[in-house]
Design a binder for this molecule. Sequence first.
Ligand code: CO8
Length: 257
Amino acid sequence: MAYEFILIHREEPIAVAQINRPQLLNALNSQVMAELTSALEELDNDDAIRCILLTGNARAFGAGADIKDMADATAVEMVQRNWIAYWDRIKKISKPVIAAVSGYAFGGGCELAMACDLIVASESAQFAQPEINIGVIPGAGGTQRLTRAIGKAKAMDMVLTGRALTAHEAEAHGLVARVFPTEVYLEEAKRLAHEIATKAPVAVRFAKEAVNKAYETPLADGLDFERKLFYFLFATQDGHEGMKAFVEKRKPVWQGK
Ligand code: CO8
């Protein structure tokens, strides 16, 4: 499918979905979100793709919701537009989604990165929830996912003042997995995606689900969920292949079954 604001680059077994609205620093409106969500769902249903990268450009991953589009909206119109429901659909993607962030990840842009499974950043990335400066608060997870990722003290600081974290601060506080120089961050993110794409697909899917579950359940329920997935993997060919290959000192050959 052709999109106006999303570019898809296929490098099987990975694919890169790039938000492409550079003149407005990749500000998100309902068309951008609708296109992005459907592009990610398309890639999720594509058997040739095993890991997805979501990126913007070197200057901006995304500067947040399109303020010009929201400035005159009423509360009822915001409810009817329901843009934030797109974040729920993104969360349901079953393949790993890596956010490769450079430049601004502000407001909805930061929330979009946090809806991904992990964040790789360039040294010039900045993460902020600056909604307080325009008289509102984060609406797509900024008070919830950020607090779970970096803790109450730092989240409160960011959400109440709108201040940005640098890439290295974000890494130190657990928001970002890896930081690379700006010239190579995208290549490094692709390398990481390719590495994940070499693993047993069903195990990757379950690993993602289990880690994400830790954000949503009490510990006992999360442990129970993890244990059932672990046992279930003994019903897969790949589970047995991986262990046999280790014993036989050879590389495993995954079937995705
Ligand atoms: N919305 C609309 N246009 C934007 C946005 C935005 N969020 N951010 C930047 N732009 C536009 C600018 O207006 C400017 O356009 P123009 O050239 O026509 O004047 C162009 O992008 C370039 O921006 P700047 O000249 O401002 O670039 P700077 O490098 O000087 O500054 C900043 C970059 C610091 C990112 C600055 O643009 C800025 O502060 N932007 C707003 C950031 C912000 O407040 N984001 C939060 C928005 S609210 C939100 O995200 C709530 C999410 C809720 C969930 C989603 C529901 C849909």
